[in-house]
Design a binder for this molecule. Structure first.
Ligand code: NAD
Ligand code: UD1
Length: 347
């Protein structure tokens, strides 16, 4: 198929583009590179032995979208492009509504006008808010605790309305749990710009000596070791979920929400210990106050994806940590071409 991937230069996008190319699809990417480097896609081309056209354009510019659809005529869209930093979304909510909601609206509008009605959308487990039951199934009540989460909820509702208005739409809302890890080659991986917020990039930066220690947010949660529990999922498994969802949509159509998680929870301390073992070095950490907005436990019930699209995760925590370490140790400053000074710990 001809597949347009928005945000295809980013972390999950690069891994998915690589799988699409490997499976023989034709891929074009639209990405404004606001949170990624061109180098990621260059390495994808190298790994796939195939090229991918990158349009360095913005979803907020409808003319750019129109030009791509008019000239290339994609058959389906995988929509990753969005801003994803929870803290920044609290400080700059309008930027998040503009980029994530208005950007998606522009995309849907051009898709409808060009009769392209197959869409895979990056939603997030954040749409479950502080879920009352674990594991979390797709039919749990949705809510959001921050502007980032609300942008995902708004887009999900827009997609619900669109599908209800016209049965020709085929839409998958993929709710990711905690994506981590990297491609086995160590050539592509997560390259956070500035100070990372998520656990694995923080641990990886401590392991390579760019940060002094991991601050563990809370040691008094009602969990076996007192630290938060999450459903970490390998980014390569996550990417496979997009191909499975796309296949399903092409054959069956309809509107669907699927959790992409492993169904297993791991605690913050378990992850630090696993990293320390695999990288064979001490990972200093200290337990500090809980982070505002964090929940104690979050893990998926992934059975719907298994039953309906035949997808399940295959890689366990050890593999996720090993691949993160392989990527980080080969690329201590990510894709950046020049040596950067050590990243300051914020205190
Ligand atoms: P990422 O930041 O690495 O990739 C997103 C890409 O979109 C970036 O390359 C960025 O430059 C691009 N982009 C952003 N706004 C754009 C715009 N207006 N026009 C064109 N390009 C734009 O993030 P990721 O981790 O790969 O996440 C991909 C998607 O998955 C996002 O929508 C994110 O909210 C969602 N998600 C991510 C996680 C996670 O932990 N990584 C979890 C749940 C959901
Ligand atoms: C966060 C976002 C969520 C987003 C997801 C993926 C919040 C509140 N939620 O989820 O909306 O979809 O990232 O991008 O930000 N931790 C530490 N020390 C650190 C970093 C994290 O102890 O330096 C702990 C956290 O308290 C949590 C666990 O590690 O218990 C995972 O944190 P993180 O990787 O940030 O993901 P989430 O909070 O689950």
């Amino acid at each position: 198929m001809r597949i347009l991937v928005t945000g295809g230069a980013g972390y999950i996008g690069t891994h998915t583009v690589l799988q699409l190319l490997t499976e023989g699809h034709d891929v074009q990417v639209i990405d404004n590179l606001c949170n990624s480097e061109r180098e990621g896609l260059r390495r994808v081309e190298e790994l796939a032995g195939r090229s991918v056209a990158l349009h360095t354009d913005d979803l907020l510019k409808p003319d750019s979208l129109e030009r791509i659809f008019a000239s290339w005529d994609p058959e389906a869209v995988i929509h990753f492009a969005g801003l994803k930093a929870v803290g920044q979304s609290v400080a700059e909510p309008l930027k998040y509504y503009q980029n994530n909601v208005a950007g998606t609206l522009n995309l849907l509008d051009v898709m409808e006008r060009h009769d392209v009605r197959i869409l895979v959308f990056s939603s997030s487990a954040t749409v479950y808010g502080d879920a009352t039951h674990q594991p979390i199934a797709e039919d749990q009540r949705l809510s959001a605790t921050n502007p980032y989460g609300r942008t995902k909820l708004h887009v999900e509702r827009m997609l619900d309305d669109l599908a209800a208005s016209d049965p020709r739409w085929a839409i998958a809302k993929l709710r990711y749990f905690n994506p981590v890890g990297a491609h086995a080659s160590g050539r592509i991986g997560e390259d956070p710009q500035g100070v990372p917020n998520n656990l694995l990039p923080v641990i990886a930066q401590v392991a390579v000596g760019h940060r002094e220690r991991v601050k563990v947010f809370g040691g008094d949660y009602p969990t076996p070791d007192g630290t938060g529990v999450r459903d970490f999922i390998h980014v390569v498994d996550l990417s496979s979920g997009h191909l499975a969802a796309l296949d399903y949509l092409v054959d069956n159509g309809g509107l669907h929400a699927w959790n992409l998680g492993t169904g297993q929870g791991s605690s913050v301390l378990e992850v630090i210990e696993s990293f320390s073992r695999i990288a064979d070095r001490d990972i200093p950490y200290e337990i500090v106050e809980r982070r505002t907005g964090d929940v104690a436990v979050s893990y998926a019930d992934p059975t719907a994806a298994r039953r309906e699209i035949g997808w399940k995760s295959e890689r366990g925590l050890e593999q996720m940590v090993a691949d993160t370490w392989n990527w980080q140790s080969q690329n201590p400053i990510g894709y950046k071409p020049e040596q950067c000074p050590a990243i300051e710990d914020e205190g």
